[in-house]
Design a protein around this ligand. Structure first.
Ligand code: ASP
Length: 464
């Protein structure tokens, strides 16, 4: 086993075997200096005259070669400590040196942390892009955030439950990805836009407190930095009202921050709750940026936007559509209004906004089948459509559904903000380009005829 470079920093006088990638090479008279990099740090390695003359590998070694070095750790005169990437204060006087693998010249410099290459190149060679310290640090932050969330919620008796990826559509306002069902010609699964129905069904099952770090799939046209698949912290709780759900989220995130982003400063506590109408009137948006100093990268202004209208009028569809989704409950005092003037009814719905981004949203749901039916009627879903799409949910609600509600937080955006990254691609290991391609794997791709035949698909000639 090798010693990690960060660990070697504390082993002055001892013999170590290190392994990693050559970050840089410098020749100085009879000596060769290598900066050796592994996941934990960078250290200077000195290859003396004996190695330089006696070991052929030393002559050929170049950046990104994979090497193994044995030698003695010593203090480095004038070395600088880099807390984030340790081992700057020591160096290793090598006694043996082996090349474990060679490397072609990479398409961009790994030792240069500036985004020197364009997006396409970075995506095509993502595994090299991820060698950058900044990217590795983002992956680590993501790991820390998710681990913290898991531990926090588990300690409060939430159960993490996995829900299916191959399922039937549940509306969240986007187009669905579809998967042909080989054994059922002409039928399809869809990939979930969110686990919405499943988490409600888990409440009916008596789980009471659920969460999942859930992948969601939405087939939307290119829009800024959206990804076709993204990750949500999905939460659902029984016997709760709006305040209970918001309290869990506020406490979770305020406890999380000191653990993963100690420099972060929250603008106001408790987090402001801004009614939707006020947000629109005062800020002209339902995602107000409440930071006091937008130049301070460490300032985090959380706010809940509450009291959304239950419906909005869609000019495109010429009918009412849900502001959030059709499982959201109206405010108790507005239920009577549903028959007279549904567009005026407010919802038990909330969004979480951070620095002007919507990073989450949720609601208290309709747990009584009659009320859910009424919402379907207002949305002008036909009886057949309701039966076909939501019959199972209405039936489930009729078997003693507890009052319940929840929220989903966009993990990618939260981490991007904490990492001071402008785009969620920077905090996802293998993201798609903004137009939904995976340039490294070459997806989407055509498939052999036989494979399509198996799943009963005949591809129409499409105009190029
Ligand atoms: N399923 C919702 C969403 O993805 C979140 C929720 O209502 O809990 O936005």
């Amino acid at each position: 086993m090798k010693t990690d470079i960060a660990q070697a920093a504390g082993m002055i006088g001892q013999k170590v075997t290190l392994a990693g990638w050559v970050h840089a090479r410098r020749n100085l008279g009879k000596l060769v200096f290598l900066d050796l990099r592994d996941r934990s740090g960078i250290v200077q390695v000195i290859l003396g005259p004996a190695l330089r003359e006696g070991v052929a590998a030393v002559k050929t070694v170049r950046p990104e070669f994979v090497v193994q070095v044995t030698g003695t750790v010593q203090a480095r005169a004038g070395g600088r400590e880099n807390i984030e990437r340790p081992a700057g204060k020591v160096e290793v006087q090598a006694t043996s040196f082996v090349i474990l693998n060679q490397a072609k010249t990479p398409p961009f410099e790994i030792a240069n942390e500036d985004r020197q290459a364009n997006e396409e190149l970075r995506m095509k060679y993502r595994y090299l892009d991820l060698r950058h310290w900044r990217m590795l640090r983002n992956l680590k932050l993501r790991h820390d955030v998710i681990r913290f969330i898991r531990e926090y919620l588990s300690a409060r008796d939430f159960l993490e439950v996995e829900t299916p990826y191959l399922t039937k559509g549940t509306p969240e306002g986007a187009r669905e990805y579809i998967v042909p069902a080989r054994q059922f010609p002409g039928k399809f699964y869809t990939l979930p836009q969110s686990p919405q129905q499943f988490k409600q069904l888990l409440m009916i099952a008596g789980v009471e407190r659920y969460f999942q770090i859930a992948r969601c799939f939405r087939d939307e046209d290119t829009r800024g930095d959206r990804q076709p698949e993204f990750t949500q912290l999905d939460v659902e709780m029984s016997f709760v009202d709006e305040d209970d759900v918001l309290a869990v989220v506020e406490d979770l995130l305020t406890t999380l921050l000191p653990a993963v982003a100690p420099a972060a400063k929250i603008t106001a506590r408790p987090w402001p709750r801004v009614p939707y109408a006020e947000a629109i009137k005062k800020y002209g948006t339902d995602k107000p940026d409440l930071r006091q100093n937008t130049n301070d990268p460490d300032e985090l202004a959380f706010a809940f936007v509450i009291d959304f209208p239950l419906f909005e009028f869609s000019a495109e569809e010429q009918r009412l559509v849900p502001t959030h989704h059709l499982f959201t409950s109206p405010k108790d005092e507005d239920i009577a209004m549903l028959d007279r003037d549904p567009v005026k009814a407010k919802a038990k719905q909330y969004d979480l906004v951070l620095n002007g981004y919507e990073i989450g949203g949720g609601s208290i749901r309709n747990h009584r089948p009659e009320l859910q039916q009424k919402i379907f009627k207002i949305l002008k879903l036909s009886a057949d459509e309701v039966e076909e799409r939501f019959g199972h949910l209405l039936e489930a609600l009729s078997f003693g559904a507890p009052p319940h509600g929840g929220i989903a937080l966009g993990i990618d955006r939260l981490i991007a903000v904490l990492a001071h990254e402008p785009n969620i691609r920077e905090v996802i290991a293998f993201p798609k380009t903004s137009d939904g391609r995976d340039l490294m794997m070459g997806a989407p791709s055509e498939l052999p005829k036989a494979q399509l035949h198996d799943v009963h698909i005949d591809v129409r000639k499409v105009a190029p």
